[in-house]
Design a binder for this molecule. Sequence first.
Ligand code: GLC
Length: 440
Amino acid sequence: MKQILNYIDKSFNVPPRDLKMIIREFHSQMHKGLSGKTSSLKMLPAYVDRPSGREKGRFIALDLGGTNLRVLELELKGKGQIRLIAERKFVLQKTHISTNAESLFDFIAGSVKNFIRAQKIGDDKKIALGFTFSFPMKQTGVASGKLIHWTKGFSAKGVVGKDIVKLLKYSLLKKGLVNIRVAALTNDTVGTLVARAYKDQACDIGVILGTGTNACYRERVAQIRKFKDKRAHATHMLVNIEWGGFNKLERLPYDLELDALSTNPGEQVLEKMVSGMYLGEIARIILKDLIKRKILFAAGGCFSFNAKDNFKTEYMSEIEGDRSKGLRGVARALKRLGVSRATLEDKILVRKICKVVSMRAARVSAGSLAAVVTKMDPHLLRKHTVAIDGTVYEKYPGFARNIRVALRELFGRKNSRIRITLTKDGSGRGAAIIAAVATK
Ligand code: GLC
């Protein structure tokens, strides 16, 4: 028993020397990606730079990338101010995300139609739309881009390799929505950075730590060697790193088991160690193993740990957030899985497993973030605002603090030059701002 627990402890630990290794490998993969060489970091030009903060007008934003589809109407007032006029969520069904392009994009267009009707926006009124599509895309302009591959469990056929804006336009036309102009296509990390930069010019990194994980940053166009678009005369451009694909991390047997059961084996190595879609699953696989070895719940086994995705990341949050003496919150979470007779030792052990899994995730995120900052500014001579969004960062107990601890280990007092700001709903607001930049 001691042996296996020691192994888990040790193998999930990310000491400072591993953080430094992550930084080195990240830099090398970033360089390769920017030069168009094979790399686990795609480094995708976003065809947009930071906004000025003076953009104005009314826009529709569409946000697809996790569990819901959202449609919003927003008014940009200039001077960094934005007013949310209306917002609606539409729940994505399994069929939408896993059948085909038509089923997915008709659903999106249908939702836009419902929204527009409810908002009483007439057919005669032209309106620009910004689309946040949070998957890896090879963009060819601010309003065009092809899906490279799906992530986060999406698998609709006939979308990979296709221009997302064309697919959307086609479905919008089918629904008779001729007055909508799709003016911008963007990733959620870019949206988040742009939303924060609208009122804070020090913002140069956008991060998502939610269902999936990823980051973008501001790069000099001259450094993006593979970018040959001569029309662009801007000096800087945002680059979507797609850091979820980073694969220079040591994977444990638990990671390999998770990977084999996923919709995209071999891909998104970092994402599968860090993001909300997977943390619960890693913990489930470890716990299942401990149950099998009779180290956990020895008084009576429990089969609900055998089924994929049964242990949710939310349960981990609840378990780690439990400060009660008898660990009543842990007991509550376990009850949902049919365990009603856990001993105090069982509960302590379950919490410990959640802790090692979430700690590794926070430290790997911190190492990645540190790599992006030092790519722009190797000696941390300037201040950087990181705009961050996502349930894992926002809601997981201790996650934000653990990132900060790791940054302090890496940079000492200079860590305070990295300001991390929770930027809620950047993917909605950012899409509207980019649409404004594009229609100017
Ligand atoms: C996945 C997607 C990426 C997105 C991230 C966060 O990693 O591939 O594009 O930014 O999830 O939603």
